[in-house]
Design a protein around this ligand. Structure first.
Ligand code: GLU
Length: 271
């Protein structure tokens, strides 16, 4: 009898553990009641700390909020950098990454992505009248970017004669530009627009540069969890169809926002 109960306890424990290991993210999030999202916290208007509320807010936070509400879960935000976002997702410390992350084929080796939720293009941020206007002008010059980004790689390829200095965050690269330690900052134009718009003297800076790279943003998702990926993709499409996407976009990028950016793009909608 004793032996049988020991065996039963083991069987029960095993099924519990196996269940936990094989349960997908959807069940996992629903059962813990929390969606943990990795977001940027110093990249207005995508994700940044609001001066008054001291909370992380932004376009990508509102997207995550929509997903959390649909799941009936609370939203927990964890700051990530360009370098930490993929490891944090693969280690399970976040369920999803909404952090200006380009859907690159090479990143597919470690994680999955949603459909595109934001189109971007890489550019340069320079001092107005400072003599740098194009990628060609960067020969022999220093360029600031972020560790772990596509931007640092793309610029080195586009201009092998520049020296890339990579920082943990884009505001740090911008500070280096202001201090004259680099001659330009490079990353996606809407991130650069956010840096410029939130500076004390936005008129001093200019977004310039020829075409460097297309950078379509996808939400970072755990590898091989198609139920969760289907849920996220269907939710993004629902956001678009219902007009919720346009509402959120207008809040952060509309004509009355600090960082106006015309919406010239359409989400991929499956019939
Ligand atoms: N979208 C680019 C990337 O995923 C640059 C922006 C960023 O570093 O978050 O690497």
């Amino acid at each position: 009898m004793k032996k049988l109960s020991v065996v039963l306890v083991f069987v029960a424990l095993f099924s519990l553990l196996a269940g936990a290991a094989f349960a997908g993210k959807l069940e996992d999030i629903k059962s813990k009641g929390v969606l943990v999202a990795g977001v940027k916290d110093s990249q207005p208007p995508f994700g940044y700390v609001d001066e008054n509320s001291k909370q992380i807010v932004g376009f990508e936070i509102d997207i995550c909020k929509f997903l959390a509400d649909k799941l009936g879960a609370k939203l927990e935000l964890k700051p990530v950098t360009s370098a930490t976002r993929i490891p944090m997702l693969t280690q399970g410390s976040v369920d999803i990454v909404a952090g200006t992350m380009t859907h690159k084929i090479e990143r597919e080796a470690e994680i999955d992505f949603s459909i595109t939720y934001f189109p971007a293009e890489q550019k340069l941020l320079v001092k107005k009248g400072g003599g740098v206007n194009t990628v060609a002008d960067l020969a022999g010059k220093k360029v600031g970017s972020a560790k772990g980004s596509t931007s640092e790689k793309n610029i080195q390829k586009a201009q092998p004669k520049c020296q890339v200095i990579s920082f943990d965050t884009y505001p740090m690269a911008f500070l280096a530009l202001k201090q004259g330690k680099v001659d330009a900052v490079t990353t996606d134009a809407p991130i650069l627009a956010g840096l410029k718009a939130n500076d004390d003297k936005p008129e001093m800076w200019e977004i310039t540069g020829d075409f460097i790279a297309d950078e379509p943003y996808g939400l970072g998702l755990p590898e091989n969890d198609s139920d969760f990926r289907d849920f996220v993709n269907a939710s993004l499409m629902e956001m678009w169809r219902s007009g919720e996407y346009a509402k959120i976009y207008d809040k952060w990028f509309g004509p009355k926002s600090k960082c106006p950016l015309e919406l010239k793009w359409k989400m991929e909608i499956w019939p």
